[in-house]
Design a protein around this ligand. Structure first.
Ligand code: MRU
Length: 369
């Protein structure tokens, strides 16, 4: 996607020993790029959420392995790099999927070839994500087109939660890809952007993305979505996901479940867009998904821009109070109208997933074997 007319991806190789990324902790106030030169740089970028979003976490981990292989291509170094990256964030399965793909591509190959092979495999993972997200966009576009046709020229109102746009992937995004395509095709569209407390990925990242692309949008408090649904002002919801289990349960940013409940109560279609690398075939239910518990400071403090331009972090809670901060929740499959994947759309169920992915392969998720 473009920033000030210049095309960007969220991660890109610079020569054959450095990786460029966008520092997402600085958005929306500053657009700053950074360089990753070592395995530790990559692990830190994921842990500190300088990069975030399930597919981008996977692509960054892949490049983390590639950077590690430039230093030391031994089996022990590969294991160390794998283990260090695997523990950076627990919920997004794309991290484990990308690490497995890298290890599978390198494990039985000669040491002297591993650095080159790792660089090539990481690039394939990143390029693959772009192609997959473009396909998700095309399939989701048809849903938006049909919904827009029922609006007799009025704008289609879509609600999204967190950030599942190009900043969360390598390009295009998952939930936002259909929206960009609908906008580019001239379909009048307006997006309700959940602010997504506590880290505000909606207000800071989704709003930044949509604004940069010229898509009309309005930031709303996380608690406002149900109200707009009751008022008939949400035509459909689309969100991304960090992990979908074999039965169709969906882990996504905390608050997604409440939006799905409100959508169900108001007969608002609720779609989940995902690349197949987000499917965890090893888990039969969302109950088993590990939920990341994040720092209480994310709730108790807030960072923003001062009138003079500088950033400041301020305390916003009663002094001495603690806070609990689960980063994700699980939406049961029964509340999801459908999945939008790179292979098309399907029911949010074991049978639905199987209709699109009859055979588990290393490309389409974490396999059982
Ligand atoms: O904690 P984050 O910012 O990494 O969480 C991101 C989300 O929850 C996204 O909605 C999800 O990764 C889907 S990204 C296409």
């Amino acid at each position: 996607m473009k920033i000030d007319g210049k095309p960007y991806r969220t991660i890109w190789p610079l020569g054959d020993d450095t990786v460029g990324i966008i520092d997402q902790t600085r958005l929306p106030h500053a657009f700053v790029t950074l360089e990753l030169k070592t395995l530790d740089d990559a692990a830190h970028a994921i842990r500190a959420m300088i990069v975030r979003g399930a597919p981008l976490i996977g692509a960054t981990a892949a490049y983390g392995i590639a950077l590690a292989m430039r230093e030391d291509a031994s089996d022990a170094a590969l294991d160390r790099a794998h283990d260090l990256l695997a523990e950076t964030r627990p919920t997004a399965i794309n991290l484990r999927w990308a690490l497995k793909r890298m290890c599978d591509a390198l494990r039985n190959r000669p040491r002297e070839e591993r650095a080159r092979l790792a660089w090539e495999e990481a690039a394939r993972i990143a390029d693959g994500d772009v192609a997959v997200c473009r396909s998700i966009g095309e399939h989701g576009f048809k849903i938006l087109q049909e919904a827009a046709a029922r609006k007799n020229g009025a704008a289609l109102n879509v609600l999204t939660h967190c950030n599942a746009g190009w900043l969360a992937c390598v390009d295009w995004g998952t939930a936002l890809a259909p929206i960009y395509m609908a906008h580019d095709a001239g379909i009048p569209i307006h997006v309700w952007v959940d602010e997504t407390r506590p880290r505000n990925q909606g207000a800071s990242l989704t709003a930044f993305e949509l604004g940069s692309h010229g898509v009309r949008h309005t930031i709303i408090a996380d608690n406002a979505g149900g109200h707009y649904m009751q008022a008939g002002q949400v035509d459909l919801c689309i969100v991304g996901t960090d992990r979908v289990t074999a039965n169709g349960d969906v882990a996504n940013k905390i608050g997604t479940y409440l939006k799905a409940l409100a959508a169900h109560d108001n007969q608002v279609p609720f779609y989940v867009a995902l690349p197949s690398s987000t499917i965890d075939w090893t888990l039969s239910s969302g109950r088993d998904i590990p939920i990341e518990e994040r720092s209480a400071d994310e709730l108790l403090k807030m960072t923003g821009r001062l009138p003079g331009g500088g950033l400041a972090t301020v305390e916003i809670a009663a002094p001495g109070s603690g806070a609990a901060n689960p980063g994700f929740d699980v939406t049961p499959a029964r509340l999801v109208t459908g999945f939008i994947t790179e292979r098309g759309t399907c029911a949010a169920s074991a049978a639905g997933l199987r209709s699109l992915f009859p055979v588990e392969t290393p490309e389409n998720g974490i396999q059982r074997s």
